[in-house]
Unconditional design. Structure first.
Length: 372
């Protein structure tokens, strides 16, 4: 029996760490010998900790990946498996990956595993759909503003005139007319935002300053009963965007998180996190250009989660889980993030819902990243 495979040399380690996909080298007994930076981020564990574990420690009980490694050792040939769920309570539910396993050498039992998260590609496709859905109501918003707001003001004025001469019972009806008219006007005004195509001034934005500002607003009002946890990357470079619009985005996401947790929750928690993901790039349709989106900003709550039947269309207009919601909040979030050149996606499970925004960083005129 041969000994464990040697660790990668310095040059090999640099090559592995440059790969955007998680790569893990396992030895006999599925002991982890090496992992690249993407694998550390994927499993949310550092390399020294990974080296003290086996593959079974990272995967769900009875995972088909363990059978796959046995097959590779037996056949001494490469094996691929598609759409395998390796989600765990620690790393998040429903993590669907394609796995490519290759024997390392002819004599020992070492293998190389490469993981490709299927949800990343699917999320990018859905994001382009979300962006189109948000933009599809641009003309509708402009039309509503012109064709509906003016008649509504007339209806409200007539109701106010009737209110003065109405009985107490009828006055309740005229007040109902005014209140419902005001509610419709507010919906139309929110839809007008989709039709606003004026250029927005953008520049370097410290996203941690935005999140701190939004957190203070939330703690002074709708989220005063909720515990906030911050997991920030202190070296994160500035984001290229508009501060006011980003405040609107994350205030909306935090408000949704607080409403999902509920007013009566005793252990409500919202986690705000940032990270630098250098391997994240988006290919634009109709173009060969690939946009780098290295800045990851997450809002996670421990509410009940999003129903699976509406998750694929969560960012579409008029889709909502709230009885009194308009369904325009997340559609507006998708539009603003899309206008910034970023993507927004939602991962949900039992008591774990994460809204993840991937955004471009600010580059100075010479193309270099600016200091925060």
């Amino acid at each position: 029996m041969s000994g464990p495979a040697p660790s990668p040399t310095f040059g090999e380690g640099l090559i592995l760490n440059a790969l955007p996909l998680p790569v893990v080298v396992i030895g006999e007994g599925d002991v982890i010998l090496h992992a690249n930076s993407a694998a550390e981020a994927f499993f949310e564990v550092s390399l020294p900790v990974l080296r003290r574990q086996t593959l079974a420690d990272l995967l769900p009980f009875g995972s088909p990946v363990l059978t796959l490694t046995e097959e590779v050792r037996r056949s001494r040939a490469s094996v691929s498996e598609y759409r395998i769920d390796i989600g765990t309570p620690r790393t998040g539910q429903d993590r669907i990956v394609d796995i490519f396993a290759v024997p390392l050498g002819d004599e020992d039992h070492s293998l190389v595993l490469m993981l490709q998260e299927r949800t990343i590609a699917e999320k990018m496709d859905r994001q382009l759909t979300h962006r189109g859905a948000a933009r599809s109501i641009t003309a509708l918003g402009a039309m509503l503003a012109h064709e509906i707001k003016n008649p509504l003001s007339g209806i409200r004025g007539a109701a106010q005139l009737l209110e003065g001469a109405a009985s107490d019972e009828d006055r309740l009806l005229t007040r109902l007319i005014c209140d419902e008219t005001d509610r419709i006007v507010k919906i139309v005004e929110r839809m007008e935002l989709f039709g606003d195509e004026r250029p927005v001034e953008r520049g370097p934005v410290n996203i941690h300053g935005v999140l701190d500002h939004v957190k203070r607003l939330a703690q002074s009002g709708f989220a005063r009963h909720i515990r906030f946890v911050e997991a920030y990357d202190p070296s994160l470079p500035p984001l290229y965007g508009n501060r006011d619009q980003l405040v609107q985005v994350f205030l909306n996401l935090i408000k949704n998180a607080a409403e999902a947790i509920g007013d009566d929750a005793l252990d409500g928690e919202i986690v705000l996190s940032t990270a630098f993901r250098p391997g994240m790039r988006l290919s634009l349709r109709g173009s060969t250009a690939r946009v780098s989106l290295p800045l990851e900003i997450c809002v996670r709550d421990n509410g009940p989660g999003v129903p699976s039947d509406i998750l694929p269309n969560l960012f579409d207009p008029f889709v909502t889980t709230k009885a009194s919601g308009s369904g325009l909040g997340l559609a507006l979030v998708a539009k603003i993030i899309g206008d910034h050149g970023g993507v927004i996606e939602c991962d949900t499970g039992v008591h774990r819902t994460t809204f993840r925004a991937l955004m471009p960083m600010y580059l100075a005129r010479d193309g270099r990243g600016s200091e925060a």
